[in-house]
Ligand binder design. Structure first.
Ligand code: WTA
Length: 632
């Protein structure tokens, strides 16, 4: 892993700068980044309250920010509901008949929902939730494929004031159960199947296994896509369509305190179990609203396509909430980028006249491998703004993305995290870009690169990426674990430590180098070494395991594990495959290691902690750094 303590020197090679055409800058909501940034820094409360005033509140705030280190509250005393701003605010205007959602399924099916229709469906499902006894503060798990009902479920839960927790449908039953148990969820919403590369994934079966013996779960609501429909059993299961049909289309949004929880999203940290990062209605709404608007220069005439999955934070902030808060037309697609062929996304862009396209470096690299002919055979002239997220983008992939889309569109390389809720270091459409750099902080965000004692690093020297002041959409806590929340602000006192290593160049541009902790980024998906290891040691043959991330030209990082077997077991390819299958079952396909090496010892500190840093350095043929604490 990259260690900020080692003060890595970074060569500041001459970087190529690409300045977007002048008309891009002039057309953008923000055409003068510098002055907007300076104004926001000079008076952050005035800046954020000005933005909040663009939205509808049931009752205004009496105070913008209360900062009692390390705890923040925003828009104190205000009442609101994020779904009111996503739906009701638009249906009161001409946008009532504007397309909200253009959905395409992998099997070729499609659906178009206007704001009016989406509003009605959300109200119906929200009424249905009430009949199932769901009320303010209850937790609802959503384990669904990328279908319109996933939008509806999230919004309906938030509308009644309950807390949603979306679990990516690539996670296993055991991973889902762990999250259900932590959340003490009363309800699980799912679907019979999801489609991925022509195969149907049996989601309901996963839920059946996950809720078995989970006493908190009172109901399971199932969207049935297949015909003939799968059977629904038992008193606690409900059919989505039937529930909607029998429920009222009138359901006012619950009036929430701006600090009331909106959702928890489980994400991997350095140690142990995944943590439930908690976001609230008010501040999260303000942060996602303005970043979507400014970063993507979102306008009413745009068709916005983000390829993420709502199982991850990008889907929450930049498929569902941010775009809906702006009244956008959202293209939402199920399936993989290369199925049935690698032209899928380019074709969707052409077919629907997509103007804003937001995806991941891994996806770009995989499409790049298939060659230029796929993008070249589609008319991509509707595109005007591009984005990437989730992991550093290598300049080669950046330049390819830029070239095949016509060399007109600025690329918004957005750095942020589940915890930050919104994009934090990101270009705005008019600013000069350097391929591979996330450029500079969003207005209102104060970022820096520090050493471990909190001293600023000089330009071109790597250190810890930190945020120095609170922002509205920051996580408010880790669900049921306030100590873990406090660690973010205490590992370097007074600042939020992101867990990333970065440096700033002479122009103040940020370059993100990767994680400094034991978090892996595999295809942009976030996983903890601890989770992978605990899945592996739960196999009967395994005594100990250590997981590291290795640079991978496609996935960014690939998982390699070192395994010590219990006595009586012999290493072999059969056992290797069996352990991999076990990880698939315990955590899910995304966590399966690409390499598994049997070993007889692992480098450890005197206190018994595995030194993954040493393993990684050896694996990559690098210096092992300080090994004075190494025991074995
Ligand atoms: C990484 C995803 C470089 C980073 C929104 C961060 C990035 C982690 C970028 C959060 C980027 C995200 N450039 N690295 N543009 N965006 N990351 O919580 O390591 O799934 O800490 O949120 O992704 O991952 P998470």
């Amino acid at each position: 892993m990259t260690n900020p303590d080692e003060k890595i020197d970074v060569f500041s090679e001459a970087r190529k700068i690409w300045t977007p055409p002048e008309e891009v800058r002039l057309r953008a909501w923000v055409s003068d980044y510098e002055s907007v940034y300076q104004k926001a820094v000079a008076d952050p409360e005035a800046f954020w309250s000005g933005i909040a005033s663009e939205l509808d509140w049931f009752q205004p705030w009496t105070q913008v920010l209360e900062w009692r280190y390390p705890w923040a509250k925003w828009f104190l005393g205000a009442r609101c509901n994020i779904t009111y701003n996503c739906l009701d605010r638009h249906v009161k205007t001409w946008r009532r008949n504007k397309v909200a959602l253009l959905w395409v399924g992998e099997d070729g099916s499609s659906q178009v929902l206007t704001y009016g229709e989406l509003h009605r469906q959300v109200c119906r499902f929200a009424s249905g939730l009430k009949t199932l006894g769901i009320k303010k503060g209850d937790r609802v798990m959503i384990y669904m494929p990328r279908i319109p009902q996933q939008f509806v479920a999230m919004l309906a839960v938030a509308r009644v004031g309950a807390i949603h927790s979306v679990v990516y449908s690539g996670f296993s039953a055991l991973a889902l159960r762990e999250r259900i148990e932590d959340a003490e969820a009363k309800l699980v919403v799912t679907a019979d199947v999801g489609f991925q590369r022509g195969k149907s994934i049996q989601l309901k079966a996963v839920v059946d296994e996950a809720v078995e013996g989970a006493p908190s779960v009172q109901h399971v609501v199932v969207v049935r896509r297949q015909s003939p429909p799968i059977e629904i059993f038992g008193p606690r299961e409900r059919d989505w369509d039937a529930l909607l049909k029998q429920s009222s289309a009138i359901c006012e949004a619950e009036s929430m305190d701006s600090e009331d929880p909106l959702y928890t999203l489980y994400t991997s940290g350095t140690t142990g179990r995944p943590k439930g990062v908690l976001h609230v209605h008010g501040g999260y709404m303000v942060g996602t609203y303005i970043t979507t608007k400014w970063v993507f220069d979102l306008k009413d005439e745009d068709v916005y396509f983000c390829t993420a999955d709502p199982g991850w934070v990008t889907g929450h902030s930049y498929i569902v909430y941010g775009p809906l808060l702006n009244g956008a037309t959202i293209l939402f697609a199920e399936g993989a980028p290369d199925y049935p062929d690698p032209g899928r996304w380019w074709k969707l862009i052409e077919q629907h006249g997509v103007t804003i396209f937001y995806t991941t470096p891994t996806a770009i690299r995989s499409l790049m491998r298939y060659g230029d002919e796929w993008p070249a055979s589609h008319d991509l002239s509707s595109l005007r703004i591009l984005g990437t997220v989730g992991e550093p983008i290598n300049p080669e992939a950046w330049l390819w993305y830029h070239r095949v889309t016509g060399e007109r569109c600025p690329i918004m390389d957005t750095w942020w995290q589940t915890e930050t809720g919104m994009t934090m270091i990101t270009p705005l459409p008019g600013v000069p870009l350097k391929p591979g750099s996330a450029t500079r902080p969003f207005p209102g965000i104060v970022a820096d690169v520090l050493d471990k004692d909190g001293k600023p690093m000089p330009p071109n020297k790597g250190g810890s990426l930190v945020i120095k002041t609170p922002w509205p959409s920051m996580l408010r806590t880790v669900y049921k674990d306030p100590d873990r929340y406090e660690q973010y602000w205490r590992s370097i006192p007074n600042v939020y430590t992101a867990g990333d290593v970065a440096y700033r160049d002479d122009d103040g541009y940020f370059w993100i180098l990767g994680r400094s902790d034991d978090v892996l980024k595999v295809s942009g998906y976030r996983l903890g070494t601890a989770e992978v290891e605990s899945a592996i040691v739960s196999h009967a043959a395994v005594a100990e395991a250590a997981a590291i991330g290795k640079p991978d030209p496609l996935k960014g990082e690939a998982i390699k594990v070192f395994v010590i077997l219990k006595q009586g077991y012999t290493p072999g390819s059969e056992l290797r495959e069996e352990i991999k299958a076990h990880v698939r079952h315990t955590l899910g396909p995304i966590a399966v290691p690409s390499e598994l090496e049997f070993t007889t010892s692992l480098p450890k500190t005197r206190s018994g902690k595995i030194m993954r840093r040493v393993l990684k350095a050896k694996e990559l043929g690098l210096e092992t750094g300080d090994t004075s604490t190494l025991e074995e």
